[in-house]
Design a protein around this ligand. Structure first.
Ligand code: IPM
Ligand code: MN
Length: 355
């Protein structure tokens, strides 16, 4: 029997609703073509609701979201709300409470997309970053004392647990095996300075790799050097595993070498629970309501969601449709320079799906 999936939709702030609308258009087109059903329920979490009610996530929200097959998120971040409130109160809270311990971020240059790296093409840029998503500098541990005085002290603690590192590293090794590309896993860390947290990552990476993944080649790069290699030799990478904060930073760099925030998608995965899919860029408030933002990142996040739901054929078809559009239609991936509006790009991808 054909599947039916229940999707919680959080369009969020800024241009989030515009890109999610196109993502859902494409997902529905894929459902029609591949014979499954999508049932959505929308949640208004974000800056506007916070301004109105003073609430980030209402009581019971996390419990309700747990009942869905997946969550589809636009963007969180509002120019009128102080930094950190919505990010911690909504996005990070969902990642943490739903234990979405993997942040999976593919970096893939599609045909026709302008790459800022001279001499590099789609054959050179195709790797996946497995970003740990519940620990590290994001743990929320630490605090401030004597705030606003000359004696102010602030700490924000980097946390690595054996359990958290191991489950992330195992996921990454398994992914390298499944991809069957270069069968290589890079650990990106900073073991020369982070001699406790980095060392824990290093030991777990090597122990798990040696014992359970002898078929996967292990490589290591310090995070600063990795930034250099992303630009100089992106073709070296296949699967990368890295702590939360480094993963946050290097995936913005990754997004740029794959053509920008217009295309970069990610999944916050809990392999045994509810996962959440989102474009990795922000809410881009200055483009709100103008129908110029690029929806491809949200559409690609939708494809990742379909894959996660078990609709691998549909996911591949959406990705192929996106590639058809980048190769043959769009002039540029940047907002306002695509040669098409946001909704037209959604139509193009949905149309290409039926080809
Ligand atoms: C991302 C974002 C978030 C992060 C922010 C908005 C909290 O930059 O998803 O990469 O740092 O994880
Ligand atoms: Mn980020």
């Amino acid at each position: 029997m054909a599947g039916e999936y229940r999707i919680a939709v959080i369009p969020g702030d800024g241009t989030g609703p515009e890109v999610i609308r196109e993502g859902l258009k494409v997902i529905r087109a894929a459902a029609a073509r591949f014979g499954f059903a999508i049932k959505t329920k929308e949640f208004d979490f974000g800056g506007e609701r916070y301004k109105r009610t003073g609430e980030t996530l209402p009581d019971g929200a996390v419990g309700e979201l747990r009942k869905f097959d997946a969550i589809y998120l636009g963007a969180i971040g509002h120019p009128d709300v102080a930094p950190g409130i919505l990010e911690k109160g909504i996005l990070l809270r969902l990642r943490f409470e739903l234990d979405q311990y993997i942040n999976l971020r593919p970096v893939k240059l599609y045909p026709g997309v302008k790459c800022p790296l001279a001499g590099k093409g789609p054959e050179d840029i195709d790797f996946v970053v497995v970003r740990e998503n519940t620990e590290d500098l994001y743990s929320g541990m630490g605090g401030v004392q004597y705030k606003g005085t000359p004696n102010e002290v602030a700490t924000q603690i980097m946390v690595a647990t054996r359990f958290g590192v191991e489950r992330c590293v195992r996921f990454a090794f398994e992914l390298a095996r499944r991809r069957a590309k270069k069968k290589t896993l890079h650990l990106i860390a900073k073991t020369n300075v982070l001699t406790w947290c980095g060392d824990l990552w290093w030991r777990v990476f090597n122990e798990v790799g040696e014992k359970d993944f002898p078929d996967i080649k292990r490589e290591y790069a310090h995070v600063d050097a990795a930034c250099m290699w992303f630009v100089k030799n992106p073709e070296w990478f296949d699967v990368i595993v890295t702590p939360n904060m480094f993963g946050d930073i290097i995936t913005d760099l990754g997004a740029m070498i794959q053509g920008g925030m217009g295309i970069a998608a990610g999944g916050n995965l809990n392999p045994g629970g509810v996962s959440m899919f989102e474009p990795i860029g922000g809410s881009a408030p200055k483009y709100t309501g103008k129908n110029v933002i690029n929806p491809l990142a949200a559409i690609c996040a939708g494809a990742m969601m379909l894959d996660h739901l078990g609709e691998a054929k549909a996911a591949r078809a959406v990705e192929a449709a996106v590639m058809h559009v980048t190769a043959n239609k769009l002039k540029d991936l940047a907002a306002g320079r695509m040669g098409y509006s946001t909704s037209e790009v959604g139509d193009l991808v949905a149309g290409a799906l039926g080809r």
